[in-house]
Design a protein around this ligand. Sequence first.
Ligand SMILES: Nc1ncnc2c1ncn2[C@@H]1O[C@H](COP(=O)(O)OP(=O)(O)OP(=O)(O)O)[C@@H](O)[C@H]1O
Ligand SMILES: [Mg+2]
Length: 505
Amino acid sequence: MTVVLFGESTGGLFERGVGQYPTVGDEVHFVTATDLSIIYGRSHSATGLTVGTVSSASGIPATLDLNRFVSRHCAIVGSTGAGKSNLVSVILEAIGSSKFPSARVLVIDPHGEYAKVSPGRSKVFRVTPGTGEHALVVPYWALPFEELLAITFGAMSPANEATVRDMVQDMKRAAAKQLANPPPAEAITADTPIPFSIRQLWFDLDDYERRTFKTEANQRVLTEVEQKGDPQKLISNVYPIHGPGGKEPFKNPSPRGISRQLELARSRLADVRYAFLFDPQGGYAPDLSGRTGSDIDGLVASWVGHDRPLTILDVSELPSDVATDVVGLLLRIVYDTLFWAGTLPVSGRTQPLLIVVDEAHRFLPEGGDSSCQRILTRVAKEGRKYGVGLTVVTQRPSEIDATIISQCGTMIALRTTNPSDRSRVAAAFPDDLGGLVDLLPSLRTGEGLFVGEAMFVPSRVRVWLTQAPEGGADPGVTTSWAAAIRPDPKHYEQALSNWRNQLKG
Ligand SMILES: Nc1ncnc2c1ncn2[C@@H]1O[C@H](COP(=O)(O)OP(=O)(O)OP(=O)(O)O)[C@@H](O)[C@H]1O
Ligand SMILES: [Mg+2]
């Protein structure tokens, strides 16, 4: 038999840690129901989130301390199908309950699983909103310059990149004068989130490449535009075509050689799949002078300043090549706003915010360096001081940035079979509980080890089943395959059309 000294109970009160060690010859007792309720029964029912029952004593509720759960961050890990999303739903239901009417929770939902959780207590944002949902828009002009450039134009030579950066900075400085509270021009760089027209930028870059010249009184001058273009409609200026073999009109002698990038940008800006970014509804799309009807404050207020406790940002429809950058931008907009809010009533210190990121390995790969990763690392490191908590959910703890896991005060490990994932979980467990890790492969679905700040006593917990209609439920293979009539193949046509239009059926 192995004994792990774990805590002691005096006068009906259980404490972690041992003050008095047993000696050889001491009595050993079986655990009784009363002992269990003394050990696990210290619940925080007033301030806590009850998510299930303690496995070894099913009558005892398992309750997370909400204060610590939010402010000390939490990692939820487990193999696929172990019950992570169900646990998140149960946590959201508990927070969405009437106990916390002013709660603020922001969920990054990469599979569209949480829209049905706590109906009436959540606001759902999606690129193509259904009834009762809201449009997810993220204005491109809030992106840091490098990401905007990569998404819109693709790679450029360093010299061209520098030119474009200067142009964006000038456009932002000019447009900033139209803001309600313009910052001083020196404070504005190409990275400052200030509206400017990317269509005008495209048009100016495009125009430069197309120019032709003629000679007039021994001077080289620009030829007149033959057909005027339209930046808003992405139509180029047309110049008289350059002559053959050094004859007038001449080509632009120093083009930037970015026609390929300009073509990519034109198709990106016109692509309906990117309209949430480049043509954001709700007054966030700037006119050619960079004037917008709404600003970032309106966006943050619509996300986390509404009257419901839960905000679900369904990012499942974002084009995959920009999903990480867009999620990074979203989080940066929210975090920076709350950060700079200082002590205002909407700051994180006054009204804390919990950010939940499901499928976190997509946004936080080990060794990655995206802006999404930078902002999440920042939240993990300093969020506690500014009232922003983080819950990361992943099936691959070994592939996720180790810093993030080490910053999580609470670890909830559901069934984990992969050895490298298990060793990452073991590293996050306190030394005296390392042995618990051996249980991980044999846990039942929906059963997990809850360890750390938010759980007074480390516990093996059976999580309840969410009340939401099954979102990530396993497809019922036998029932569907046993059906006598096969589905009509004509539906493939609709599926293809959905695919082409990027709309889920
Ligand atoms: N506590 C539970 N009790 C009973 N069944 C559960 C419980 N938790 C999850 N399940 C069932 O297990 C299945 C998978 O759960 P879930 O979607 O939460 O897995 P997951 O860990 O999020 O998987 P993935 O990593 O693939 O997203 C669901 O069909 C769900 O009904
Ligand atoms: Mg899941």
